[in-house]
Design a protein around this ligand. Sequence first.
Ligand SMILES: Nc1nc2c(ncn2[C@@H]2O[C@H](COP(=O)(O)OP(=O)(O)OP(=O)(O)O)[C@@H](O)[C@H]2O)c(=O)[nH]1
Length: 151
Amino acid sequence: FDPNINPTIGASFMTKTVQYQNELHKFLIWDTAGQERFRALAPMYYRGSAAAIIVYDITKEETFSTLKNWVKELRQHGPPNIVVAIAGNKCDLNDVREVMEKDAKDYADSIHAIFVETSAKNAININELFIEITVEYIEADVKRMCCRLAS
Ligand SMILES: Nc1nc2c(ncn2[C@@H]2O[C@H](COP(=O)(O)OP(=O)(O)OP(=O)(O)O)[C@@H](O)[C@H]2O)c(=O)[nH]1
């Protein structure tokens, strides 16, 4: 975590490896810029993706509304089997919270998305988020394989 990080220009790339059931799973991550002026670039990155993490700021209600637009866009133009996860970030700032955890969780459930509140600053629930995505991706993959074998 770098408190003085500059806003993302276009997109930035990073990797993260998580361990789940004695296997290592490597994520190749495109962090797309949040600013509206870069919005048109996002499809280049989510088009071939296995998962998308949509992040809002629990201290800013408007970021939760923007998130809903991203969900709509992903559903319309993203890969059909993409795993969607919603992260309510900055949960270390609970005293200035504007988005209730229950409201966000109810919304995530309604669209069958993974939901966690995170703090990039205090490293809360970051690994858990990636583990949940790993589990959902593996389960979906197993289902796909079973369908292929059955047909
Ligand atoms: N308190 C707190 N501040 C955070 C946390 N995560 C990010 N920030 C701060 O929030 C600001 C924005 O963080 P960014 O990572 O640039 O946010 P972003 O949404 O990726 O922005 P773009 O790069 O423009 O897409 C920075 O000042 C960060 O230091 C967190 O978990 N807790």
